[in-house]
Design a protein around this ligand. Sequence first.
Ligand SMILES: *[C@@H]1O[C@H](CO)[C@@H](O)[C@H](O)[C@H]1NC(C)=O
Ligand SMILES: *[C@@H]1O[C@H](CO)[C@@H](O)[C@H](O)[C@H]1NC(C)=O
Ligand SMILES: *[C@@H]1O[C@H](CO)[C@@H](O)[C@H](O)[C@H]1NC(C)=O
Length: 267
Amino acid sequence: MKSLVARHSLAMWVCLLTWDPLRRVLSFSILSHSRRWNKSIVRRARFSDELVDRRSLLSKVAIATMTMTETVATVLNPQPAIAAVDATTTIQGIRDARNTLTKLLENWEKAVIDCTFADVPRELLETKNKEQLLEKASTFALFDKSVSVTSCKTSNRLVRDYIGSTGKGPVVGLEKKLRQALEFVKDGEDTDMYVQTTENISQALSRAGSLSYAAGVADFASVNNFDVKETPKVLSNESSNLEQARRAIRETVDGLDTILPMLSETY
Ligand SMILES: *[C@@H]1O[C@H](CO)[C@@H](O)[C@H](O)[C@H]1NC(C)=O
Ligand SMILES: *[C@@H]1O[C@H](CO)[C@@H](O)[C@H](O)[C@H]1NC(C)=O
Ligand SMILES: *[C@@H]1O[C@H](CO)[C@@H](O)[C@H](O)[C@H]1NC(C)=O
C-alpha cells in the first residue's frame, strides 16, 4: 500500500498539500479518526503550523509531505485495532490500588493485632495457686474479665489480602497498569522519572509481599501471645518483619502519590 502512495507524482502532492485549508481539514479528520493517533503526529502538526506562520515555503512543503504521506499510508493501511487501553479505567485502577493501601495503613493496628485469645493469668496457673484456680474454675470466674487477661498476636492475614498477595483486590495487576499508563503521562512530565518511580513501586510492593509472609511465620509476636497493653511496643518493633512490611507499603503509596498527578485521562 505504501508503494501506491510513492507512485503518485511529487508535484501533485506538493500542490495539494501546500494548500493549507485542505491540509488542515485532512489533519483534523485524521486526528479525530483515532484517539490512538500518537503524540508524535500531534506534535509534528503543531510544529508544522509554526513553520507555516513563518511562511517558509520549503519547510512547509517538506513537513506537509511528511505528514500527509504518513497520513495517507495510515488511511490506506490502518494499524490493526490494538486492544485499546482506556486511560480512565487504567488510571482509576491505579487510584483504587493507592486508596486500598492507604486504608490499610490508616487501620494498621486493627488489621494486624488479633486479640481474641483470653488467657488465664500465669500466676494462677502456678502450682501454689492450684486451689485458687480450681475455685475460680468452679464458679466460672475464669471467664470474668478481672481474672482472665486478653492476649493478642500479630496477624498478617489482612495485610496479605490488602496488598494483593492472595490474588484478590484492587492491588492485583497494579504493575501492569503502571506500565500501560506510561502512554498517559502528560506532555512535559519527566518520563524517566515516571519509569524509575514505577520501578521503585514494584520493588517496594514485592518487598511488602515477602516481608508480610515472613511476619506470619517468623515474627515473635505472631507466634507468642502478648498482653493487649503491649500492643504499642509490639507495633513499634523495628526489627519485626511486620513493621518492615508496613514501611514497604508506605513507600508504595508514596510512589503512587508521585506518579498519579503525572497522568492524564484525556489521552
Ligand atoms: C507513533 O508514530 C510513529 C510514526 O508513525 C511510530 O513510529 C511510532 O511507533 C508510534 N508510536 C506508538 C506508541 O504508537
Ligand atoms: C528509586 O529508589 C532509589 C533507591 O532507593 C532512589 O535512590 C531513587 O531516588 C528512587 N527514585 C525515585 C524516582 O523515586
Ligand atoms: C522484635 O521482633 C523481633 C522479630 O520478631 C524479635 O526477635 C524481638 O524480640 C522483638 N523485640 C521486642 C522488643 O519485642
